[in-house]
Design a protein around this ligand. Structure first.
Ligand code: JD8
Length: 278
């Protein structure tokens, strides 16, 4: 029997493939690859340096600290990957990118195909690399030393949503951020620990009562910790009534007074086709 190709392939271009090797091999990603659902290829950018010293960076024009990764090196690497296998998306990881969210993980997993992820180091890439990519992504408003840790986060978030990767498909329907709310609290044995018991309702086996308690807990925790999520959480009229009872203001449910969320439609670049010669 011939196997279908993986639904999703990540080719990670990095100066430190060994940083990501154990991550790609372990747990979720390892199993998904073993089952042929997802593929992770780690590719050393130095392979395309074009010089015997494997040097891929140079000093910044205009001066300043640090080094910048050369655009010609990245272009050669992408050409080589394309010659092996058609590429659908090229993602540059950068603190200046659009923030990666659960909605993006869902969209990338549904789209599938071959995704190249560019991980920079040092001061990042020559600005002209922007012409070679379809997306620029950040994982959040904090500064890291390079893109590898961000690539690990993104690959894990996307791979678990590829059909068949998670054993229980229902289990990501109640994920926080998919439901739009934070998760309700979970408990396991022992039933009492250091004087703190497990809520009685969870030990009663009344499934309706348990579902109602969990929804209330998810609403209360979201109101307490992440009220910014409420306006887009897809609240039912019953949820809204419950939140008002929990002390939410009507403004917190509609967000009319909240700061603007970041733009949800990022500029999305597809590589421009070469102009036809006349
Ligand atoms: C890629 C180089 C380091 C970038 C000076 C120190 C993502 N959420 C995120 N935070 N940081 C990154 C990230 C940082 C990177 C590179 C991603 C490549 N650096 C830099 C510019 C300024 N430093 C990130 N995704």
């Amino acid at each position: 029997m011939t196997q279908p190709p993986p639904a999703l392939t990540f080719s990670v271009l990095t100066l430190f493939p060994e940083l990501l090797r154990p991550f790609a091999a372990e747990a979720l990603l390892g199993k998904a690859q073993a089952r042929g659902l997802v593929q992770v290829q780690l590719r050393d950018l130095r392979q395309w340096s074009g010089n015997r010293h494997h040097k891929v960076d140079d000093t910044p024009y205009g001066g300043g600290a640090g080094m910048v990764i050369r655009v010609d090196v990245v272009a050669r690497a992408l050409d080589a990957l394309r010659a092996e296998q058609p590429v659908d998306e090229v993602v540059m990881l950068t603190p200046a990118g659009q923030t990666f969210r659960q909605a993006d993980a869902e969209a990338w997993a549904a789209q599938g195909g071959h995704w190249v992820i560019l991980c920079g180091r040092y001061e990042g890439f020559d600005a002209r690399v922007e012409r070679l990519v379809t997306r620029e992504v950040s994982i959040g408003d904090f500064v890291m030393m390079g893109g590898e840790a961000a690539a690990a986060c993104i690959m894990e978030a996307v791979a678990r949503l590829v059909p068949g990767v998670l054993g229980d498909q229902a289990s990501h329907e109640d994920d926080s951020f998919s439901s739009g709310l934070l998760d309700y609290p979970e408990y396991t044995r022992p039933p009492v620990w250091e004087g703190e018991g497990v809520p009685e309702v969870l030990q009663g086996g009344h499934h309706g009562a348990i579902a109602g308690w969990r929804r209330t807990q998810a609403l209360a925790r979201t109101l307490e910790r992440r009220p910014d999520l409420l306006p887009t959480a897809g609240l039912t009229p019953q949820d809204s009534a419950e939140l008002l009872r929990l002390g939410a203001t009507p403004e917190q449910l509609t967000g009319w007074n909240a700061p603007e969320p970041p733009a949800s439609k990022p500029p999305r670049r597809k590589r421009k086709a070469a102009a036809d010669p006349v």
